[in-house]
Design a binder for this molecule. Sequence first.
Ligand SMILES: [Zn+2]
Length: 407
Amino acid sequence: MSEIENIALENENFFNLGNDYFSLKGYRCFTGVDVVNLTPGKMRQTLKIQADKQNELHYAFSGSNGLCRTTPMGSVRKENLLSELISLPNDIDSLRCFFEENGFLFPISETEYEEIDIYSLTEIVNHIKATVLLMSEIEEPQRNYEKILYLTLYLLLSEQVSIKLSSMNKAYSTCHHGFIKILEKASSVPAIDGTKEGFESDTYLIKDLVYKSNYALNIEEYQDIISGSSLTHNYPGMSDLRYKDIVYLYRNAPNETPAARITIDFLFHLMKKIGIVNKVSFENGIEFYDKPALEKFDDNLKQALITVAKIVLNEEINSNLSGIVPRFIASKMEPSWKASNLLSAMYFSIFYMRPGSEIYRECANPACNNHFLVKTSNGRKRYCCPSCRNATAQRNHRKKIKKMSVK
Ligand SMILES: [Zn+2]
């Protein structure tokens, strides 16, 4: 193939929609759901999916419309796919509709039904949702710290999932955060000798980034947590293995990177003060071992949480941008980007979000799932559309009437 042809071909793949160039091709797809019964009461759901070669899809990215579906010539068919994806309710039928209409996250076979584990797929989509919601919530004029905490811990602590399709050289996995790599190796970090400190005092002094002074760690409590006994201290979740590793790192890993250190210090104080975290899921939020003391979530913890949330977002987005490469279109003498799949394209549009000026806000109508773009400075717009505002106003009015009639 000659160089001229090469350039001509490349031109076909790139469309100009605004300030930014970006493009990708895909296909609509056929889907089905298989249920495998593993043991009585336990089943696994699998999504079957195959590309519909007759129905080609084109995507493009622009600064003003976000990630769009376009015609082959580049005019917009459907705006802002990211906002549609994060507004989907958490059920498999909504996901199937989205993929059938807008194409799958990765290239799929056109000759056979490929299998994808539905739990892993849902988690991958939940990571996209959590990333966008967290970015937006941080910029809200009135931050909801409970929501920021849950989204941050979900992205950071939920189990890594992977999917592998025939088109992929290696499996796609959700982000493996730097802090998790450190946590996994906690047991190989050598313990600091505390003999001298133990003679002179009943606490270890820890240089602390959350409270910005030395923290006095009770030695007896520390030893109980690390040894898994409860000689002097006993509280719900004390024997949790993640808690043990965090406390161990808090004491023994003073020379970790600042990003790791603030995460360790934050999680230590969160679990010590508010409550020990058992599980975090996108659907159910944070499960603590005991009723959390949320009233103790002070300004230092809030400030540290924002720092940790930004570290988590940074890693989450960057690890998902690896499928995007910059290209130069010689014929137009202009820069461009090439995405290898729709998932990378979704993260690309997150990467280009301008959370300082525009954020996604969840519609305040409880019956609506929509997330709409709103100016960050606009604290008042709470509904996606007038009918959602009216529906909620009517419901509140009915509630008031009910209350009054009970009296
Ligand atoms: Zn709405």
